[in-house]
Ligand binder design. Structure first.
Ligand code: NDP
Length: 491
């Protein structure tokens, strides 16, 4: 096609959303497509998010599995975790996946530019090497990046991108934040043998999710040994020994004499240096606590990557959080410029970015205006146990209409047999009037897998009676979702 322009479509950003849109436009609609990426192909999800995180979740679960196996008659014990060995294999896998992404683009006929691109005007993109490319349509899919709080010395802390590149795991870590990333990495690192403290400024982690479900996740995290502190935030940090009033006592110092403390600080400093990190970090929290940690992780949210992109000058609207403002078709205020994925800060999940990319291609190249459906998206938080969730929380639903709550929490067979206190939760939020299941919340091993299936039923608008008409699969944890006869409460 490409008439007066170099390209029909130029995509900025080679993550899940951008690659999918580029590929489909080129291979299914015969569009001439260019794509620029200045980092590794695959974006946050593949390179520094979902994929390496999930592999770390798997790695972190083996120590507990080995422990439980003894109750099932196996004579086995997990030895020490080999971070270096795991990381090497992880990097090989990420290299392989990045290669797949490059091949998919090349195979679809998309022209790749492995460099940064910014927008010069409504139809022109400027590449880092100074060349410009014109395009009938431009799609911005630059994603987002972690943000640190505005705090002196905040750069002493790491962000989630850095975890996968650590030379060595720390012995202790303070995680700041109570969202997806904070909770997932608290569980992962705890499972890998790191001493983990998580401080969250609010009253309960995972704000916005169902209260009962997040309560159980918090309880399980504490049971597994994570020091979960609510109503606390970081107020000061410095390299240990360099804080304003000189060395200060640490929590572990209370149990140590002064000379033992000095020796411990020195040991931690040398550990820090060996890890290629800045060294142990002294931290003061808003609840008055002071302690030295080997590492501090800021899991304090992500911001859309819109800086220095030339967007405002081109006339694209930017929102309060730095996001690109788009309509239901992902179109910006400049008709030829569209944006999808985390850079638009709508629902920041990989499958959503992919759907937004597909809807964009259908709208622009298929001649079928397709709005993006952001309703009833199921998601999972890969804590241990996982939380799977779709639809309204009890708190949201009872504000909207009268509801019945069907809920059960119990010790699942597998870990109960191993003598573990672990509990799971199965919960349905049901409209009293229409009987439609408005929300489902599961806290259990593999809840992510379970909620994918329940998501179909909830998205289809099925009623509690239709759930009940489905025969149970026995013995499973999720059979409870079709056997809860009486509401636990109405609200
Ligand atoms: P979230 O927005 O989920 O959580 C950020 C956390 O940091 C919140 O608890 C927030 O507190 C806290 N916070 C923000 N600013 C500060 C501050 N200045 N000081 C102290 N605490 C602060 O962000 P994440 O980075 O965890 O995740 C980003 C997004 O990535 C998620 O929203 C999700 O869409 C996606 N994601 C999805 C995953 C999955 O599907 N499993 C996994 C990982 C990420 P408060 O609640 O008070 O605002």
């Amino acid at each position: 096609m490409a008439d007066a322009f170099d390209f029909d479509l130029f995509v900025i950003g080679g993550g899940s959303g951008g690659v999918r849109a580029a590929r489909v436009a080129a291979s299914e609609y015969d569009a001439k497509v260019g794509l620029a990426e200045d980092d590794r192909y695959g974006g946050t999800c593949v390179i520094r998010g979902c994929v390496p995180k999930k592999l770390m979740v798997f790695a972190s679960e083996y120590s507990v599995m080995a422990e439980d196996a003894q109750s099932y008659g196996w004579d086995m014990k997990a030895g020490p975790f080999n971070w270096h060995g795991f990381k090497t294999k992880l990097n090989d896998e990420l290299d392989r996946l990045e290669g797949v992404y490059r091949k998919l683009l090349d195979g679809s006929g998309v022209e790749r530019f492995d460099q940064r691109a910014r927008i010069r005007d409504a139809h022109t993109v400027e590449l880092a090497d100074g060349t410009t490319k014109t395009a009938k349509h431009i799609l911005v899919a630059t994603g987002g990046a972690p943000v640190r709080p505005d705090l002196p010395n905040a750069d002493l802390g790491i962000v989630s991108d850095d975890i996968f590149n650590l030379e060595q795991l720390p012995k202790s870590i303070l995680i700041i934040g109570g969202g997806y990333i904070a909770c997932e990495f608290a569980c992962i690192l705890n499972g890998l043998g790191v001493e983990v403290a998580l401080h969250y400024r609010g009253a309960q982690i995972l704000r916005g999710f169902d209260d009962e479900a997040r309560g159980l996740v918090a309880e399980s995290m504490r049971e597994s040994g994570i020091d979960l502190v609510m109503g606390s935030n970081i107020v000061e940090m410095a390299l240990a020994g360099e804080q304003e009033d000189g060395p200060r006592p640490t929590a572990s110092d209370a149990a140590m004499g002064a000379s033992a403390r000095d020796a411990e600080v020195l040991r931690k400093q040398s550990d820090g240096a060996a890890a290629g990190q800045s060294g142990p970090i002294w931290v003061k929290t808003s609840n008055g606590g002071e302690r030295v940690y080997d590492m501090v992780l800021f899991a304090t949210g992500r911001a859309p990557s819109t800086k220095d992109m030339g967007l405002e000058d081109a006339g694209v609207g930017i929102g309060r959080r730095g996001e690109i403002e788009v309509d239901a078709y992902s179109q910006t205020a400049v008709p030829s410029i569209y944006a999808i994925g985390d850079v638009t800060n709508r629902v920041n999940l990989t499958p959503v970015a992919i759907r937004e990319g597909m809807a964009f291609v259908k709208t622009v190249f298929g001649g079928e205006p397709t709005p993006v459906d952001h309703d009833l998206i199921a998601s999972a938080i890969f804590t241990q146990p996982e939380m799977g969730t779709v639809g309204m929380s009890e708190e949201e639903a009872r504000e909207a209409e009268p509801v019945e709550i069907y809920c059960t929490s119990f010790k699942p067979m597998q870990t109960a047999f191993a003598g573990k206190p672990n509990r799971v939760l199965m919960k349905l939020v049901v409209s009293k009037e229409t009987r439609v299941v408005l929300g489902c919340h599961i806290v259990a091993p593999n809840a992510g897998e379970l909620i994918q299936m329940v998501g179909i039923a909830v998205k289809a608008g099925l009623t509690k009676e239709q759930f009940d008409a489905t025969c149970a699969v026995h013995p499973t944890m999720s059979e409870e979702l079709v056997t809860m006869r009486n509401p636990m409460r109405t609200a």
